[in-house]
Design a protein around this ligand. Structure first.
Ligand code: ADP
Ligand code: MG
Ligand code: MG
Length: 513
């Protein structure tokens, strides 16, 4: 039975009830891998038998309420979003225009582009590309009387994480609602309101589909999937869930974790026109696997490229025959600048740039564009000059967030911090940022368990919808396109950033209302 509207949700708990729930959650999460590695100090010495390997991931004690219309809308448009980004990733001319604008002031983007150009010159060896995407949204409600709608925060095309932990969080909240919530003084039964989540198996199925597409061609080697990872990685169990699913759900597929810094040491290219990527497991170098799919969970930001050899490693993978998730062009399609260009009405009042990529139906274009919020360039176009005024105004800037072309959380500048930040930069650098209206969702309450401590109060929820897409750049054919489950991340409403990995957010699941 759903609680009546007069009852608060989540219910007020006594301290004994909170203690009991936390006790239950701590054990369930470790038993089911809803976990992260503890901070580095606790895992410093690898050979120490007392080392702590896992601790509960930050998680909410209850699933947060989320409007059903918004959840359904976000899921229903994911296939169209996959199509859109697959199409952008194949439009080199469009991406080049965007990259040209920012590369003189953004060295990271410039280096990525250089790798792409070098590979293009000798000819790409693989025409198939894999995207494991995630489109992130917040709820926007103009007034109490209007329907809530979703507004897109960003679209991720590289290292879209938390699919593994997200499924476990849905399972945790389902477990609590069948076993623990009914025993509270204000009993709760949320069964029907907790939607199915397929994140882990759907993402794995995307990787498997790419693996099968690759290994259809004859090869003398045993094929494998490589997960390119950071080392150390606190979010390892999220990746492990996906890895186990790829390995075991169906006929076995070998999966290896390869730290980004070890690419040069553990892989080589076959000296054939196809340039297959060969992987030599470090514990048994006499064995050779051919990498069918390279899945990047690293390499999305400058810190993974400390020197020229790291760029060489990226070049080696890009020019190989392996199917990349993502290719460099697909990674660039996820740049914040691309999102801004899609969202900014054309100054010459041409039809939206979206129609360049979406040839299927105009109504789909409309549906997608309704999820955009105002995003402005900071260049010298009329719209950029208008945005500069907003960004430098001590009052107007309060409604905005400034974003560089970066991923992984912790890179944005918020509200009144924007004017001093811009003033500290040479004006020539401003064009590599975008200015985005802050989305303020209706107030929600919840309790977060983080590092053993309980934080109670107002929270902000961000919904992510995963999508998997496989396409052939030669034939322009979409080989696979699916919506792939969801993620809900929740942060205290006093925190600007919401990344779980960046240390501000927590895992959550939705209670549809
Ligand atoms: P990243 O690629 O680093 O994750 P995001 O664009 O997702 O960059 O920004 C990081 C976080 O900042 C988001 O998870 C969200 O919490 C917050 N944020 C970003 N854009 C907005 C926005 N327009 N309105 C409100 N919060 C935002
Ligand atoms: Mg991102
Ligand atoms: Mg994000």
């Amino acid at each position: 039975m759903a609680p009546t509207t007069s009852e608060p949700y989540p219910p007020e708990l006594s301290s004994a009830e909170i203690d009991q729930l936390i006790f239950t959650i701590k054990d369930w999460t470790i038993a089911h891998g809803l976990a992260v590695r503890p901070p580095p100090a606790l895992v410093a010495t690898e050979n120490d038998p007392n080392v702590i390997l896992a601790t509960t991931a930050p998680v909410t004690i209850f699933p947060s309420p989320f409007p059903r219309v918004c959840f359904d809308q976000a899921r229903s448009i994911q296939v169209a979003y996959n199509n859109l980004y697959a199409s952008i990733a194949q439009d080199e001319t469009f991406l080049e225009e965007i990259v040209q604008e920012i590369l003189e002031v953004d060295e990271f983007i410039a280096e990525l582009w250089k790798v792409h150009l070098k590979v293009k010159e000798e000819g790409y060896s693989q025409s198939i590309s894999l995207g494991l995407f995630r489109s992130d949204y917040m709820v926007h409600q103009a007034t109490d009387d209007t329907q809530p709608v979703i507004k897109q925060v960003e679209f991720n095309t590289i290292a879209s994480s938390f699919g593994g932990l997200s499924l476990q969080t849905s399972k945790l909240h389902k477990y609590l609602s069948s076993i623990s919530y009914p025993l509270l003084q204000q009993p709760l039964n949320l069964g029907e309101e907790l939607p199915h989540n397929s994140s882990t198996s759907s993402l794995a199925s995307g990787i498997r589909t790419a693996f099968e597409a690759y290994s259809k061609g004859k090869t003398p080697h045993k094929c494998c999937v490589l997960f390119i990872v950071q080392d150390p990685e606190r979010n390892i169990f999220d990746q492990r869930h996906l890895e186990y699913e790829v390995q075991q759900n169906g006929s076995p597929i070998p999966v290896f974790r390869l730290p980004y810094s070890q690419i040069a040491a553990q892989t080589s290219l076959a000296s054939t026109p196809l340039r297959q990527l060969l992987f030599h497991p470090p514990n048994n170098p006499s064995q050779t696997f051919e990498a069918a799919v390279v899945y990047f969970r690293a390499g999305y930001g400058p810190s993974d490229y400390p020197d020229a050899s790291a760029w060489e490693a990226r070049y080696q993978i890009e020019r190989s025959h392996a199917i990349k998730c993502p290719s460099i062009l697909t990674q660039l399609a996820g740049a914040k600048k691309v999102q801004q260009v899609l969202a900014t009405p054309d100054d010459s009042s041409n039809p939206s740039i979206l129609s360049r990529f979406m040839t299927t139906s105009p109504s789909e274009t409309t549906v997608l564009s309704k999820t955009f919020t105002n995003i402005f360039p900071l260049d010298t176009t009329p719209s950029g000059l208008h945005a500069r005024k907003i960004a430098l105004d001590p009052e107007l800037c309060k409604g905005y967030v400034l974003k560089p072309q970066r991923e992984g959380g912790g890179n944005n500048i918020y509200r009144t911090a924007i004017p001093p930040f811009l003033n500290s930069l040479p004006e020539t650098h401003w064009k590599s940022y975008i200015l985005m209206e802050i989305i303020t969702p209706p107030p929600v309450h919840n309790t977060i368990l983080r590092n053993g401590l309980v934080e109670k109060g107002g929270v902000i929820c961000e919904l992510g919808i995963y999508g998997t897409c496989l396409w052939d750049c030669n034939t322009k054919e979409i080989l696979h396109n699916e919506e792939a489950g969801y993620l809900l991340r929740t942060k205290g409403d006093k925190s600007e950033e919401g990344g779980v990995a960046a240390g501000f957010g927590s895992m959550d699941s939705v209670r549809l209302v």
